[in-house]
Every structure is written in C-alpha cells, then in structure tokens.
Design a protein around this ligand. Sequence first.
Ligand SMILES: [Zn+2]
Length: 281
Amino acid sequence: MKKDQPLIRRRALLAGAAVLGAAGAAGTAGVLTTADGARPVRGTAAVAGPQARTSLTTSAFRLQPMTGDAPAWRTPARTLVRHAPILRMSGRGRSMVLSFDDGPHPDYTPGILRTLREYDVRAMFFVCGEMAVDNKDLLREMADDGHIVGNHTWTHPLLTRLSRSRIRSEMERTCEVIEDAYGEAPLWFRAPYGAWNRAVFQFGAELGMEPLAWTLDSLDWRTPGTHKIVHRVEDGAAPGVVVLSHDAGGNRSQSVRALRDYLPYLLDSGYHITVPRRQFT
Ligand SMILES: [Zn+2]
C-alpha cells in the first residue's frame, strides 16, 4: 500500500481536474449545471422540484465541532444554498462523469480502482462514513490516483425522514473521516436515494459541498446481470452525462465487471471520462 505522497497526490488531483479546468462560469456553479432542459432523472426530479425558498444570507445554524474537546474542524468556504441538485455537466465537449456510491468496500472498490488506473481515468466516489472509517486505505488510494471523494452520509439513511440534527451529524461526521483519510474535505455531497430537502441543501452549503445527483442510473443495484448494466451505460452515453453505479451496498461483482466493458467502449467512442471541478474565487 502506498503511503501518503502529498506532492504526487496533489499532482494527480490537478491532472484529474485539468480537463475541465478552463470552464469560465463564475462562482460555485462551475462546470456543472442543473438539469434545466435535461431529461428527467429517476429519483431526483420528483424530490428536487418544489423546494421552499431558502435564504442565501441568513441561517440559524452554525456547524460545531462534534465534541467540545476536539480541534475545530476546518469547514471549507460555504457555497450558495441550492434548491435542487446538479444533475449533469454543462455541455463542453464529449465529457462524462462516472460515479460510484456507498463504498468503499474491500471486495469491490479495488477492482474498480484497478480498471480506472488501467485506462488512466478519474472518477467520483461518494462514500459512506461508516464504510470509509474501516477502509481508509482505499480513500488514500483514491487520493493518490486523483479521484474525487464525495460525502454520501454516514449510514445511508433516507435523510428526509430525519431530524435536522441527525441530518447534520450524518453529513458532518462523514466530512471529518473523508478529510482525515483522503487528505481534503469533500467538495461534493450526494443524498442517499436522491432524497433531498431544504435542510440537506443548507447543511451541504455550510459544509462547503455542492449537491450532485446523476443523469443516468446504471441500475446496477438491481444486479440485472453484467451485460444489462453495460448496455444501459453505453445506450445512455451522451455529453454531460453523470453515471451512477455502486461499489458497495450488496454484491457488486457485476458493477466491477461492467466497468471493464463499458469504460473502453466509452473511450473508443470519443468520450472524455473526467471529474467536475469546483470553481473558487
Ligand atoms: Zn447510495
């Protein structure tokens, strides 16, 4: 297992982001746009719609360290509070994003990392804190390879059924373990089941994370067979598409095998498989 190599890791991160680095959008909207004009997305469109207006300037909530004794966790600069998650990348060439949720898992994540490494491709991993805390070496590996690690809560609950304090705890604890193992606090958050609400957007913004959903669900979580997953991704490939797959939460052997099939296909079809970059002022 490689140990921390900050310089190399930083270089890898920058290389991964460089593909989209020139996007000129100001502020935090960056190179991703919300789904205006995009096709409907299962699981997110329904819950993302009628969000109440949220003040951008006032908030009763200030995130506190988990315990009074702990050193204050450095919260990244807060972002604007969105009313809907980002669903796809803005149209800049034939770029696509691959994302893997619910891990890291020692049985499946290494196979995915191996394939990504083989093709020199960067992806996103939305990790759960309870998985990350037992597999910190895999988060370090993601950092070394230039992948983006996002926050997918601690226990993968349906956030819309939780109290505000539980939601905050789920998100904040996961930020802490990611910063510890990956080396940087996450800049992206994805709600389990695509279930977003105002509190989720608020806390995400306060913790410095942008909400990212997906465009294309590979439906690998149904374990429909490797070929069905492959065909679904290949059929759904299009500029700006963010693909959802999983590297934990069940037997993900099909997901691991499918990637070995569709990744070279996407590359041969002229797609840049890349990761989004947040814009900072
Ligand atoms: Zn999930």
